[in-house]
Design a protein around this ligand. Structure first.
Ligand SMILES: [Zn+2]
Ligand SMILES: [Zn+2]
Length: 458
């Protein structure tokens, strides 16, 4: 039987004896079922932002001082993003029934979003595994990897939420040379690493457990993989070209360097796939508040986090972009990896990651096919046979540009207006050994990139 559907926001106001006010409510899907969601309260006149989550039954409650707030309610990339103006008055509780519309359902097409890189109090994170699992679902994720530094102690608790989220256990193997994610393991991997050979052994130990190895933030400004280029490692499965702890596509912060290095690897014929992880240590993301702070305060806060003077100088040059990036969010699933699977199981997610059947995004949903083959796959062509690239794009935030990269070079670019679903077709001139990647750009830091489709011309 169909349940009654709600399309309205119902406001209930009541008088409450409390110093300050309360904003509370419940978030529902279109059929009236409670869903988890993220709720942000912004008071721009006071440079102030609070991140909250509903509980498992969709309820939230925020105690706020007086003022006019903007409430932003969201659930990842496939739902609409709602924004409400809410005046908060002393002694009042304002309660909302909020219906979030699902705009698209990629799971119905076999695409499931997840995060490969997350921390809890079991290492240096702020949250316990339950709050992290809740925040993952509230940000619209279907699967997520716990990757605390050199411990699996949060694992039992983490895996107990499998009825709500496909929780996968991992370890951020934190070594003196750099960080490697062991995704989908059950036993700790040793981290006493001195030489290149020790790293190769780590990849092998992860593989023996049926796990996936991922080089984390190789060009990060704080914990890079030391001498990564010279190490010439081959045996890992994934390279994290987009770590949520740094902005994407700006020179000097590590992610752009990792992407360009990965392009270079692909050009050298290595079949290495790209990955992304939020590296979230705090689901409430206190740093987002900085986006509203005046510039001197923002720069002071950056100085306390960035020790390298060269990086700090780049931060000064890019202050506006950095503020937008921080404001956009450092939450679980920003960025996220969408994997293509038949059924949502740990085994299938690991296989899709390992085989590159995935795209990385913090907004645009980017489905790409070349002669019917998707990311990670190889298209076989006879000489002079055409290669037709089809791009289907959907986004709940504006997207302004699509870019097609063939073997490291831009071969096409399309300016887009707005953010509605759009389709696009393009013929490519293929050469044997080429690879094709598609990128989507919106207002900074909105971005998506696919894994490559390979071309074999016979
Ligand atoms: Zn790390
Ligand atoms: Zn980490």
């Amino acid at each position: 039987m169909l349940k009654k559907c709600f399309f309205s926001i119902i406001l209930l106001t009541s008088v409450f004896l409390f110093s300050g006010g309360i904003v509370s409510g419940v978030v529902l899907d279109e059929c009236g079922n409670p869903i988890t969601a993220r709720v942000i309260a912004v008071a721009p006149e006071r440079s102030f932002l609070v991140t909250a989550y509903t509980d498992w039954s969709g309820r939230f409650s925020l105690e706020l001082s007086e003022g006019l707030y903007t409430l932003e309610i969201s659930k990842g990339l496939e739902y609409e993003r709602l924004s409400l103006k809410v005046p908060v008055r002393e002694g009042e509780e304002r309660s909302f029934e909020i219906v979030l519309k699902r705009l698209i359902n990629l799971s119905a097409l076999g695409w499931f979003p997840g995060d490969t890189h997350l921390h809890t109090v079991h290492s240096d994170g702020k949250d316990d595994p339950e709050l992290l699992a809740l925040a993952c679902t509230a940000n619209g994720l279907s699967w997520a990897v716990l990757s605390d530094h050199n411990t699996l102690s949060g694992g039992e608790k983490w895996l107990s939420f499998r009825d709500k989220l496909l929780t996968i256990l991992g370890q951020e193997v934190t070594t003196r040379l750099g960080h490697v994610n062991a995704i989908g393991i059950r036993e700790l991997v040793p981290w006493d690493v001195k030489r290149r050979e020790d790293l190769l052994e780590i990849f092998e130990l992860i593989r023996k457990q049926g796990g996936v190895s991922q080089i984390n933030h190789p060009f990060d400004t704080k914990s890079p993989l030391r001498n990564f280029k010279e190490l010439d490692l081959e045996a890992y499965d994934l390279i994290e070209i987009w770590n949520g702890g740094s902005p994407p596509n700006i020179e000097g912060f590590g992610n752009l360097e990792a992407k360009l290095f990965w392009f270079d690897l692909l050009n050298r014929g290595r079949k290495v796939f790209a990955s992304a992880g939020s590296d979230c240590h705090d689901v409430h993301n206190v740093y987002s508040s900085l986006a509203f702070a005046p510039t001197p305060l923002f720069m002071w806060a950056l100085r306390t986090r960035i020790r390298d003077p060269k990086v700090l100088e780049r931060a000064r040059e890019n202050e506006k972009l950095l503020k937008e990036w921080v404001r956009y969010g450092l939450y679980p699933g920003y960025p996220r990896v969408y994997v293509k699977v038949n059924t949502l199981t740990e085994e299938e997610v690991l296989r899709a990651l390992r085989e590159g059947r995935s795209f990385l995004t913090n907004g645009p949903l980017l489905l790409v096919e070349l002669n019917g083959r998707g990311p990670g796959e190889t298209v076989r062509l006879r000489d002079n046979e055409p290669a037709l690239l089809k791009v289907n794009l959907f986004s709940n935030v504006p997207v302004s540009r699509l870019r097609v990269i063939q073997s490291g070079n831009e071969v096409a670019s399309l300016e887009l207006k707005g953010w509605e679903a759009s389709s696009w077709q393009l013929s490519l001139k293929p050469k044997d050994g080429d690879w094709v990647v598609v990128e989507a750009f919106g207002d900074f830091p909105v971005y998506a990139i696919t894994n490559p489709i390979f071309l074999k011309v016979e």
